[in-house]
Design a protein around this ligand. Sequence first.
Ligand SMILES: Nc1ncnc2c1ncn2[C@@H]1O[C@H](COP(=O)(O)OP(=O)(O)O)[C@@H](O)[C@H]1O
Ligand SMILES: [Mg+2]
Length: 329
Amino acid sequence: MATENQNPKREENYAIKALNLTKKFEALIAVDNISFNISKGEIVGILGPNGAGKTTTIRLLTGIFKLEGKASIEIFNEDITKNLSRYKINFGIVPEVSNAFSDFTVWQNLKFSGGVYGFPKEKIEKRSKELLEQFGLIEKIHSKTKALSKGLKQRLNFCLALLHEPSILILDEPTSGLDPISVKLMRDRILQLKKEGKTILITTHDMQEAQTICDRILIMNRGKIIADESPDTIRERFKSTSTIRFKISGILSNDQKASLMDTFESIKKIKEYYSISSYDVLKDISTLFNYSKAKNVEISDFKVEETSLEEVFIHLIKEDSSSMGGLEK
Ligand SMILES: Nc1ncnc2c1ncn2[C@@H]1O[C@H](COP(=O)(O)OP(=O)(O)O)[C@@H](O)[C@H]1O
Ligand SMILES: [Mg+2]
């Protein structure tokens, strides 16, 4: 059979292709020559501590900061850096700092934004109402934006970002500091938007969020990308550190204690819980229950905790920070 055309360009079905992004603020290199791709329909998270360079990356990507040097950005295989209006059409942006007018009502903000895109009045009204319904904001339609709670304001920011039906959403810490109900609503909406085929780039410092909604995670620290993998792959690399946690009923005799320490070198006790770092969970569980039987020790409250992405994240950040650039390419 004839092989497919192997021109690598054909394989590139990227929504975003960013090359050599760099941003300096005087002596500080906030974004340090990073490159990444985002495929169509993917949700990619940029995860990093405060000051890592996430917002600066977004500002470079969305045309707020000028590209310098060798930097380039392609959106759907088109170099749009010379045509700033193309950003506006492709991107729906929920920025770190809202650009809604606080003295406007919810409705006035939507009408104003729709006007900026040049939409006819009926279209703006229809689309705005749909969005307000989806985001549970319809009762607030005539409320002043400044009177909205943080969670409701963020819902409005989503509506404003989605008004022109952009194919790419850029969300800068969209759930940061929100109440749990708004967080849940935002995450559900983000997953729904992915289902509808949107490409989504989201920054967060919340590992749980990255783990639950992202297909891929770029971990950023000190302006660099130090990992670019799926949440599962990142966790897999650190699987060795699953933790077995349990309690023991009653007080251990010296013999029972000594035997436990001999059996599990890594065992630790924090308050009433014992914990074992495990490289092989099944084997260690079996050893633990053999010990329990042989030494007549009753085990309770037993649980196995998989390495969370949070632990991996902290580990990677520590490793990178202590290497002082040792991971640089
Ligand atoms: N406008 C600016 N002027 C000077 N320094 C800035 C500016 N914006 C960001 N920085 C610095 O750049 C670094 C990265 O910031 P930022 O991209 O906001 O990080 P993040 O969004 O990951 O918290 C930080 O050290 C921050 O203080
Ligand atoms: Mg930020």
